[in-house]
Design a protein around this ligand. Structure first.
Ligand code: P1T
Length: 395
């Protein structure tokens, strides 16, 4: 067991081990007292000290908890990071990254990010002097034009939520570094099973672990994976601000991560079939899925991802009313916010997940429907969508 202050991968998961091996073993040695093969849920708020100031490496559970350390060690090993710091939610993780900045610092943010990410920077951090520009990060000239001497971060999300735009992480990292800025990549949609931004030059990877990493729609969490020095600052914030995941949440996430590789393969297979089906459907006017050869980011996605993921967005001929009816007409795809669980979900981003960006540069088309394609039998998913499209668009 490693201490909270020294979250280096342990002996059972070596750096050269394959991804699935690291997912199951990194940070997850058998528990030394009983031999339990799963990391226990250390449901404790404090840790007894042998003498004043002489402790096991754990003092108080906001500062560090062994279940959380196991999760952080595992996620760092999966992203190829020196260290990872876990938070109570994806937005808490993002908040910690923004708190690395100072008043007057400038952030270039993709003009197509999760609505809550935009809301946080535009409505919270700008009140403390952070400046932000929303830019189409697939247009490198636009990024160059937006860079200022105070730009500290470029914030990319790829594939993006909900339009599934693909961004060139290597090119963005080079641009950021040439201007003294750092690249943050939100890797929630791809996960490290399909894309490892740090190997492409990104400096920080953020996650909503609520999604594919947890994988079962039963826990909310977040994480930042980065270098030791930055992680040390984030760990300070984790303790000083206190948005920590509880031990059960860390355990659930760790349990989900063990099957990440097999789940992502199946999500990607199912989503490819769903995207192809939608692309050929007369009630669908456009499909966004990086695996489709006519997607503008297809070649780039094929280079920087090992598969195209489980998210598909599409536009419904017939506008917002038809789109809403389709989203309300599925049986297996539950109408719900969030994504990345084993079960399929459907939602209307304009009214649901991205309502907070209405009227801004990040507004999404009103006829857009987003699918999180689960790992059910794909024939059932296709039949469900076929029926919902018929019910939603023939009136
Ligand atoms: O919900 P939370 O764990 O706080 O994570 C926020 C977040 C960050 N980044 C991305 C790419 C996300 O998709 C999210 C959360 N997104 C949804 C809840 C959603 O349905 O899109």
């Amino acid at each position: 067991m490693t201490s909270s202050k020294d979250a280096a991968p342990d002996a059972t998961a070596a750096a050269g081990d394959g991804f699935a091996t690291r997912a199951i073993h990194a940070g997850q040695d058998p528990e030394p007292v009983t031999g339990a093969v799963t990391v226990p849920i250390f449901q404790t708020s404090t840790f007894a000290q042998r003498r004043v100031g002489e402790h096991t490496g754990y003092e108080y559970a906001r500062t560090g908890n062994p279940t959380r350390t196991a999760l952080e060690t595992c996620l760092a090993a999966l992203e190829g990071a020196e260290r990872c710091v876990a938070f109570a939610s994806g937005l808490a993780a993002e908040d910690a990254v923004f708190r690395l900045l100072s008043p007057g610092d400038h952030v270039i943010m993709a003009d197509d990010v999760y609505g809550g990410t935009w809301r946080q920077v535009a409505q919270v951090h700008t009140r403390f002097g952070i400046e932000v520009s929303a830019v189409d990060l697939s247009d490198l000239d636009a990024v160059r034009a937006a860079l200022t001497p105070t730009t500290r971060l470029i914030w990319a999300e790829t594939p993006s939520n909900p339009l599934l735009k693909v961004l060139d992480l290597s090119a963005l990292a080079a641009l950021a570094h040439a201007h003294g800025a750092r690249l943050v990549a939100d890797n929630t949609f791809a996960t490290p099973a399909l894309q490892q931004p740090l190997t492409l030059g990104a400096d920080l990877v953020v996650h909503s672990t609520t999604k594919y990493l947890g994988g079962h729609s039963d826990v909310v969490g977040g994480a930042v994976c980065t270098d030791h020095a930055t992680a040390e600052q984030l760990a300070f914030l984790q303790n000083a601000v206190g948005a920590v995941p509880g031990p059960f949440d860390a355990w659930l996430t760790l349990r989900g991560v063990k099957t990440l590789e097999v789940r992502m393969a199946r999500h990607s297979e199912n989503a490819a079939q769903v995207a192809a089906f939608l692309a050929g459907h007369p009630a669908v006017s456009a499909v966004a899925y990086p695996g489709l050869t006519d997607h503008p980011g297809h070649a780039l996605a094929a280079r920087q991802m090992s598969a195209f993921g489980g998210m598909v967005s599409f536009r419904v001929a017939g506008g917002v009313e038809a789109a809403t009816r389709v989203a309300e007409s599925t049986r297996l795809f539950f109408l719900a916010e969030s994504l990345g669980g084993v079960e399929s979900l459907i939602e209307h981003p304009g009214i649901m997940t991205h309502a907070s960006v209405a009227g801004t540069a990040l507004e999404v088309p009103p006829d857009l429907v987003r699918l999180s394609v689960g790992i059910e039998s794909v024939t059932d998913l296709l039949a469900d969508l076929e029926a919902a499209l018929a019910a939603g668009t023939t009136r």
